[in-house]
Ligand binder design. Sequence first.
Ligand SMILES: Cc1ncc(COP(=O)(O)O)c(C=O)c1O
Length: 366
Amino acid sequence: MNKIVYNFSAGPSTLPKQATAEAAAAIADFANTGIGIMEMSHRTRPVEGMVAEAESLLRELLSIPSGYEILFLGGGASLQFCMVPMNLLGSNASADYTDTGMWANKALKEAKKFGKVNVVCSSKESIYNHIPKNFEQTPGATYLHLTSNNTIYGTQWKEFPKANTYLVCDMSSDILSRPIDVSKFGLIYAGAQKNMGPAGVATVIVRSDILGKAERDIPTMLDYRTHIPEHSMFNTPPVFSIYVVNRVLHWLKNLGGVAAMEKINAKKANLFYDVLDNSKLFKGTAAKEDRSTMNIPFVFREDAIAADKKEAMEKKFLALAQEKGLEQLKGHRSVGGFRASIYNAMPIEGVEALAAFLGEFENLAH
Ligand SMILES: Cc1ncc(COP(=O)(O)O)c(C=O)c1O
């Protein structure tokens, strides 16, 4: 296709062109071996080296201290909703969970199957449009669980609370978008299919001294301690997905790392929020101080479009956007309207094109 297309999907989402081109080439011939990456055993030097390189690039990019292990596991972020409490939360112990969105809620529901869950705050009543502040932690809770970026509602923890013990965080939709202080976290997990690579692999960064404390017989594959000594190769890992992660990490390093990425992300997000804040037709749905740099939900202003015309106008907006190569802008059903996901790999030109289109549509609508 010759048309320029910008993909604003919330996930799987746009990846750096360089990384997908390298992945396409490696499907035919990986590392000059004459064998495609999907056809090669994980017990070979080129694959082992590639996975080790992905691990060390991630360690470098996020300044992951010693004492932390990096794993690439199957099952997505959703499997981590159960692996985390299964490994960390004793059946007589409790953990604090923050209820900041649908994914956070799924994580806490799953944790209830393994121990006591204290929901220390929730913004559910206001359709998760903000991050609750000033909540109390429970004395003796094993960990405090956060979702750093709420993909559906476009809210993001700008500062992480200090946990009484350690933080556990689902960073699926903003990992590698900004520098973080890993030492505040006992465990970080993220599905790859937003900022890291394709679906099929989840990254886990875990401080090894927190493991082995929940007295429970953990199935072998679900025990982090199975995978650590095997460097994610206890069984056949999702090699192709990890390869794409490897290429994305190279791309990010060449760009200047997460500090440079944070600046670019701020520029892209500010550009788009400015358009929303100055629009008579559109408005953002998230509380200003908690606005995400990754996912921007927006809707028509109630005073601009009559309720009975809204659905037809939304359809028109999405159809015209698609004609212009601006894809996947439909909002999640729980928020309605539209959502622009502008992850690391979304070029600023994509955000500029979308901003210009909003202006054109506004003129058309008035
Ligand atoms: C914040 C967050 N957590 C978890 C998930 C679920 O990830 P997976 O589909 O890899 O299980 C998503 C998916 O969009 C997400 O945005």
